[in-house]
Design a protein around this ligand. Structure first.
Ligand code: DUC
Ligand code: ZN
Ligand code: ZN
Length: 483
């Protein structure tokens, strides 16, 4: 009998801390050896000339959710995870959304039904809390955290999701009590409504004005408010999808004060701008790029890189939230043509996240290879309770591995994509660096653009409490240290 099921031979192993020439031995779906030279594999994969990195963990994707103010999402769990695995990812963390009035537990069970047997990569769920009733805060949330749903997302905007300040504080307090990590969508609801009404009254309804309706000041104000509430309740928070300098500086300020405030940014904030939302002649095609917060400008790209390089951001996620462009279900649906207000918010990106960061980050000299691994995999595992099962290459970790050709030049185009959406917002972008093979727990799932695994190969991940969610200990304004 062979010592290893598979040996990955001759590659350069890259983790968040090291870059070494080594072979990787896999047995029973886990990494059991990393050494200069291994023998005794039932199967060998030649990785010479390739980087051998932990599979990507994308901790922010939306699959099979009812839309953000519009039609259903394009990607279900099958197409979304197919796209993820093709892009070098082995774990995704989508959301289980509680509609107002619904039980949170029932909502989670509904998402499980959607996902069961369909996934090409492993998955867990963050909970979206839209209705923090006494029973949700007192019973459902603590029980769900115990069951491995150890992070929630809350929104400061959207009619169906927005929480007021008191509700935010209640959710933060509950998270502190049960050790969960809170992700916050920081954009101010009233400011956006005010701006939207003004713009519509002036006839400014094209997709471009989506960006005008939610400028950085709206994101900055909400980020500051969320940070202040987190300080008051002494709870760590993750500010998600940060788009530019103003919110980035709020997070940096909080971190310098010693608060446990983490930051996430996404490809759209270093690769798209508000100009993209103009489309051709200010027409509806700009709707392809409508997401929230909106893409900004080149100065914002620089600010985001500054935040990445200086450690303000721990995670680089896709915020994959795909809608069709054409058709009744698309971004161009008849109602959406009447105003940007009705264009569903979100863009596809789980399949292109790693290539964009690699190309603009590593190849263009802004970050190191090890930082790339931290930003795309290791930090996600550590922050969301998946470490040391996921997120590195060392004995004991799941054999979730991407073989990466650092020199391969590709032009991103819709025909290469495995998502269900009918476009990619990154059409025509030339990138250097591409995943050539993705292994999930030792099984080859994608090989040079071909999906060779099956739906159902991916499984549900019950997550541990995050060490990053441990309160700083001030006890907040109530002085509850140790409480
Ligand atoms: N927030 C997200 O996290 N994703 C898509 C749209 C949004 O507002
Ligand atoms: Zn959001
Ligand atoms: Zn999102």
């Amino acid at each position: 009998m062979s010592e290893f099921d598979t040996i990955i031979r001759g590659g350069t192993v890259v983790t968040a801390s090291d870059t070494v020439r080594a072979d990787v031995g896999i047995r029973g779906g886990r990494i059991v050896a990393v050494a200069e030279s291994l023998t005794g594999g039932a199967k060998e994969i030649d990785a010479s000339g390739l980087l051998v990195m932990p599979g990507g963990i994308d901790s922010h994707v939306h699959l099979a959710q009812p839309a953000f103010g519009g039609p259903a999402m394009a990607d279900d769990f099958e197409s979304g995870t197919r796209s993820a695995i093709a892009g070098g990812n082995t774990t995704v963390l989508p959301f289980a959304l509680q509609p107002r009035g619904a039980s949170l537990r029932q909502s989670v069970m509904d998402y499980h039904k959607e996902a069961e047997g369909k996934c090409y990569c492993d998955y867990g769920f963050h909970l979206i809390i839209s209705d923090p009733t006494a029973s949700v805060l007192g019973q459902e949330l603590p029980a769900l955290v115990e069951d491995g749903y150890t992070s929630f997302k809350v929104f400061m905007t959207y009619d169906d999701l927005v929480l007021n300040d008191r509700q935010l504080l209640d959710v933060f307090d509950c998270a502190r009590g049960c050790g969960a990590l809170v992700m916050v969508h920081c954009e101010g609801y009233d400011a956006i409504r005010f701006m939207t009404q003004k713009l519509e009254a002036a006839g400014k309804t094209a997709p471009y004005y989506h960006g005008t309706s939610r400028p950085q000041s709206v994101e900055r104000e909400a980020t500051h408010r969320a940070i202040s509430h987190a300080e008051l309740t002494d709870v760590p928070i993750m500010v998600v999808h940060v788009s530019g300098r103003e919110p980035m500086e709020q997070i940096r300020w909080a971190q310098q004060k010693g608060l446990k405030v983490y930051g996430e940014t996404c490809p759209q904030y270093v690769a798209l701008t508000a100009e993209d939302m103009k489309g051709l002649n200010m027409d509806e095609s700009g709707g392809k790029y409508v997401c929230s917060p909106p893409p900004r400008d080149h100065a914002s790209w620089d600010a985001i890189w500054e935040g990445i390089r200086t450690g303000v951001f721990q995670t680089f996620s896709s915020d994959h939230c795909a809608f069709y462009y054409e058709g009744e279900m698309g971004k161009l649906n008849p109602k959406a043509r009447t105003s940007f207000r009705w264009v569903p918010n979100g863009i596809p990106g789980v399949e292109t996240r790693m290539q964009i960061l690699f190309s603009k980050g590593v190849v263009e000299g802004r970050i190191t290879l090890n930082e790339f691994v931290a930003l795309t995999s290791t930090n996600h595992a550590k922050i969301y309770g998946l470490y040391p099962k996921k997120g590195s290459i060392a004995p004991g970790f799941d054999a979730d591995i991407v073989l990466w050709d650092a020199n391969r030049k590709e032009t991103i185009t819709q025909s290469l994509m495995h998502h269900a959406a009918d476009y990619t917002p990154y059409e025509g972008m030339v990138v250097t660096g591409w995943p050539v093979m993705t292994l999930l727990r030792g099984k080859v799932m994608a090989e040079d653009r071909r999906i060779v695994g099956a739906p159902g190969d991916g499984g549900f991940l019950k997550r541990e409490l995050s060490p990053y969610a441990v309160p700083a200990g001030s006890g907040g304004a109530m002085g509850m240290a140790g409480a």
